[in-house]
Write a protein that binds this ligand. Structure first.
Ligand code: PSU
Ligand code: MN
Length: 306
């Protein structure tokens, strides 16, 4: 595209030939999980996508260059690098012009994926409207970006560090549909339920691909959220996780954590309080999302050729 974006040859080949590609974010590597679990997770996610028959494209900024598709060394570098920026729209220009290293959030990854023509993106959880946002105005850029780019994001819902009800309202205002994969209920990341309903339930990757084609052929600009519940075997006890989230929120308030630091702070506190058991769940749900994302990408491309 230009000198600022470097697309891995395998990803470029797939995009050119209409092969299925799945974008992956990198904030989950740098800010979401500790080393070396983050490397293991990032590599296995790519493996899963390849095994399903799609091409993975992890997106990050390495020393001022946006990379679409990282190799093993890049992932290892990013996972251990110090002072990695957390990058959404407002951070790109600074990080690139200063030749820094940055990990893209859901919003940052969505922006780049859409620039290069990738339509499907797998992650763990999306950002959303934070609790107390009526005072703090803390609403993730993820929601705004998803409303602007044609991209299907497969996630396990959102963590209840957020206000899930307000997050759904915001997505409705922005015209982003929330599809439950084989569920009527919005999953809450660690748990399969949240008490909130999704907009529509769809049961197969093909039905989701059909919905994407219907939306974008009509030129309805914007993304689609697919909420894929964590597998039962890895879902956590609702009370345990809720307690951990409540005390993490309390601590964030006491310490006056704000802005970009809120989400990483809460994630690491929850992990510490649950003594790492949340980490295993977190990793497994990402694998589960990657598998579904690859299947959706494959069905999407099939329908494109038809
Ligand atoms: N939620 C998670 N794990 C994560 C994130 C969110 O369960 O790693 C990351 C994602 O990269 C997401 C970002 O895009 O945090 C949202 O940050 P903020 O709330 O500052 O917009
Ligand atoms: Mn925020």
């Amino acid at each position: 595209m230009n000198q600022m974006i470097e697309i891995h040859p395998k990803v470029l080949n797939a995009i050119k030939h209409n092969l299925p590609v799945v974008a992956l974010e990198s904030t989950i590597i740098s800010h979401g999980m500790p080393y070396p679990d983050n490397v293991k997770m990032a590599l296995k996610v790519e493996e899963i996508i390849k095994n399903e028959g799609a091409v993975p494209a992890t997106i990050a900024i390495l020393n001022g260059v946006i990379k679409v598709g990282l190799d093993h060394d890049d992932i290892e570098y990013l996972a251990q690098a110090k002072n990695v920026y957390k990058v959404g729209k407002r951070d790109f220009a600074y990080v690139i012009s200063q030749k820094k290293t940055g990990a893209t959030t859901v919003s940052g990854t969505s922006l780049i994926a859409s620039m290069v023509g990738i339509k499907v993106f797998a992650t763990g959880g999306i950002g959303g409207v934070h609790r107390g946002a009526e005072k703090t105005f803390d609403i993730s850029r993820d929601l705004e970006e998803l409303s602007e780019v044609d991209l299907c994001v497969i996630c396990a819902g959102a963590k209840s560090i957020l206000d899930l009800g307000l997050t759904l309202e915001y997505l409705e205002t922005k015209g982003v549909e929330v599809i439950g994969y084989q569920t009527e209920e919005l999953p809450a990341f660690y748990t399969r339920t949240s008490g909130f309903k999704v907009n529509y339930k769809l049961d197969t990757p093909q039905e989701i691909a059909d919905l994407l084609h219907a939306k974008w052929r009509l030129n309805l600009k914007g993304g689609v959220v697919v909420a894929n519940p964590i597998p039962k075997a890895y879902s956590m006890d609702e009370k345990v996780i809720q307690k951990a989230i409540d005390s993490a929120l309390e601590e964030a308030q006491e310490q006056g954590i704000s802005g970009q630091d809120v989400t990483p702070f809460l994630l690491s506190k929850v992990k510490a309080i649950t003594e790492g058991s949340s980490l295993e769940s977190n990793i497994e749900l990402v694998y589960n999302n990657a598998r579904l994302a690859a299947k959706i990408a494959i069905e999407y491309q099939k329908a494109l050729i038809k």
